[in-house]
Design a protein around this ligand. Structure first.
Ligand code: PXP
Length: 243
């Protein structure tokens, strides 16, 4: 069954729009920890958070509390930078997904360029700490091969280009080819970014998918119907994946 990891960064973005250091008299709301509990109660299979270097949404205190409260799986998205690698090593989330990070971006825009010396070392270090390691890559066969060579267990296929494309068939073909090659190379496959209630069933032809990480669409829907109902609707939209 295709699993759903819920990205709750967007809940923290709303909180950070108002709550700052020096505003301790304010209630820091909405609370991403409460949001995680709510989506888990509605059937989410995992919780995803991105501790960015610039701490623009999720804060250090959030990940520490979430590590204790998450009952499903904690997936920490992170850049391959020494400060955050050390935090992950001590925190021991169930999984990390290594992503590229640029300060000026609105969200994670591209996939990782896996070539390079630091990544295999970081992957080995995190795996030694008992953490499952995934790499967030574009559906590019070169990056899939490099991910296997670097020692990752999973890739997360970046579905942003698929989501943004008016004509989705070319992007879908790239996702299918990347998932097939990953599977052949012994990698497990997740996907995410830009998936919505409307476009999620369009990726059903992509084989070997285990988890979809979805955030913005679910949190947007929750503004109108609440997190539990938004979750139920996304789980229903994901039903029918042939896996
Ligand atoms: N997966 C990764 C690696 C991401 O960086 C993000 C965005 O934070 C997501 C999934 C979820 O994307 P969205 O919020 O567009 O559903």
């Amino acid at each position: 069954m295709l699993q759903l990891g819920v990205n709750i960064d967007h809940v923290a973005t709303l909180r950070q729009a108002r709550y700052k250091a020096g505003h301790e008299g304010m209630t820091p709301e909405p609370d991403p920890v409460a949001a995680a509990a709510e989506v888990e109660a509605a059937g989410a299979h995992g919780i995803t958070v991105h501790l960015r270097e610039d701490r623009r949404h999720i804060q250090d205190a959030d990940v520490q509390t979430l590590r204790k409260t998450i009952r499903t799986r904690m997936n920490l998205e992170m850049a391959d930078v020494p400060e955050i690698v050390a935090i992950a090593e001590a925190l021991k989330p169930d999984e990390v997904c290594i992503v590229p990070e640029r300060r000026a971006e609105v969200t994670t825009e591209g996939g990782l360029n896996v070539a390079g010396k630091s990544l295999p070392r970081t992957i080995a270090r995190l795996r030694k700490a008992g953490i499952v390691v995934s790499l967030f890559i574009a559906p590019d066969l070169k990056q899939v091969r490099a991910s296997a060579a670097a020692g990752a267990q999973f890739i997360e296929l970046h579905t942003g280009a698929y989501a943004n494309a008016r004509n989705k068939s070319l992007e879908l073909k790239r996702l299918v080819a990347a998932a097939e090659l990953a599977h052949e190379l012994g990698l497990r496959v997740n996907a995410g970014h830009g998936l919505t209630y409307q476009n999620v069933s369009g990726i059903f032809p992509v084989p070997h998918l285990e988890t979809l990480n979805i955030g913005h669409s679910i949190v947007s829907r929750a503004v109108f119907v609440g997190l539990r109902q938004a979750l139920t609707e996304m789980l229903a939209a994901m039903k029918g994946y042939p896996g």
